[in-house]
Design a protein around this ligand. Sequence first.
Ligand code: ZN
Ligand code: ZN
Length: 546
Amino acid sequence: MANNKLRIIPLGGLGEVGKNMMVYEWGEHILIVDTGMMFPENDMLGIDYIIPDFQYLLDKKERVCGIVITHGHEDHIGAIHHVLEQIKAPIYATPLTMGLLENKLSRGGLINKVQLNTVQAGDSAQVGPFTVEFFHVCHSIPDGVGLGIFTPVGLVIHSGDYKFDHTPVDNWPTDYARLAEFQGKGVLALLADSTNSTRSGWTASERVLDSGFREVFRTAPGRIIIASFASLISRMQQVGNAAFEHRRKLTFVGASMVENARIARRLGFLDFPEDLVVPLDQALKMSPREVVIMCTGTQGEPTSIMGRLSTGTNRQFDLIAGDTVVLSSHPIPGNEESVYRTINRLFRRGANVIYESIAPVHVSGHASQEEMKLLLHLVQPKFFIPIHGELHHLHQHAAIARQVGMPEDHIAVVENGQVIELDEQEMVLAERVPGGYVFVDGAGVGDIGPSVVREREELARDGFVLVNIKVDRNTCRLVDEPGIVTRGFIFARNGDDLFASTSQLITNAINCGTGNVQSDLEETIRSYLFNKTRRRPMVFVTVSTV
Ligand SMILES: [Zn+2]
Ligand SMILES: [Zn+2]
């Protein structure tokens, strides 16, 4: 292993949107940036969420000098307790991010076992051989930072999630001056957010939402119910402002939303008049015209408040005539179908639904192409590594870097697990390390692999067939007709003929002695059923001897 080179090891977020985790390694010293989680794709049945595979670090636990978190979104903090259970390194984060982290860690009982260092944008921290300088960036959550990491081979800029919003909700723009200063010092490498690299132009300012919300508040005849992410703190501020202006009271619903609002308010990142926020039960007693409800469930998750409202199964309150529902969000790729299904259901239940494609009720928190070019010009890196995005986002970001004049061989488009080695002169690709998925399902972490998910897919697609056979111990012949039970395969009443012929097939196989091996028999039944139905159910055979 090279020890005069900086090693950059992406463990998550490169080749996907979510579960961001980056490792910087110098000799015996390791710095981790972000520990995010990701929600499963539609075909990952039953999986609660996914965390990075960080087995690369498990035999180097004592060498980790620190974990730096750029901001409080789940795709940057969501795996923190999984990482800390293995690696007890000090954490560095700004006040709001730390507040959200503390809340997570207190639930897992880890809070007293690690050292928490709260830093401010503009501060520096010495983490092993790395001097990490935190600079403020705008994003859809306040108190986000990018990092200037001074390493023995040079300065590396890690953008975090950012946009160049000149009129952010908290009036705190991205720290352009610091970025320009970095350029003055000479930047060896830039690692920058690629999420919106396929969007031309500039990302709109959060401010454009003010007019969108104003219109909603002006025209809504009854209650206003706004769904957003629990971590979109700036959105809460904007809804609060609109509510105050239009003499409505605001109430938060859902544990994560209530909790995050409380933390942000306590730390001064939400500025509301004293009596603006009321508890839900009070809001439900007020006139509909005096109320705004904020909740989660923008992605059509069936168990979220919005999901339950759409199916009439919410416990505390239901939709009523005159409700206006606002989805202040953008569907995460892959969720479009369930989002639109939820919107249709909400309409069916009588709500007027307003969403991104019909009104300015959401803007992205990520830089678009022109901002990406500005960042490249501001810091003028020698080398460039696009991060945060699916492979096509990373390639598009690389194309943007070439457009502004970066030579092709100074850009590395890599996915999770590909180690990059860097010194003053060159950037080379080194070995690959594990960088895949770790599934979290119920209480299990990593005990479910792709093969279990594949089985679930098969079960979901064509169901299963269970065959019970009783065999005489001495003659090895069937003593009874095979019992056949199916679920999710074929409607039983329509299957009489099929099951009769399947039963005959099994009887022949057993009595002729060709079906003695259970797995062979299962395969025989499976291909027989496939020939008859063009479906491939899972087949289980149980044999008892009498
Ligand atoms: Zn973010
Ligand atoms: Zn992110």
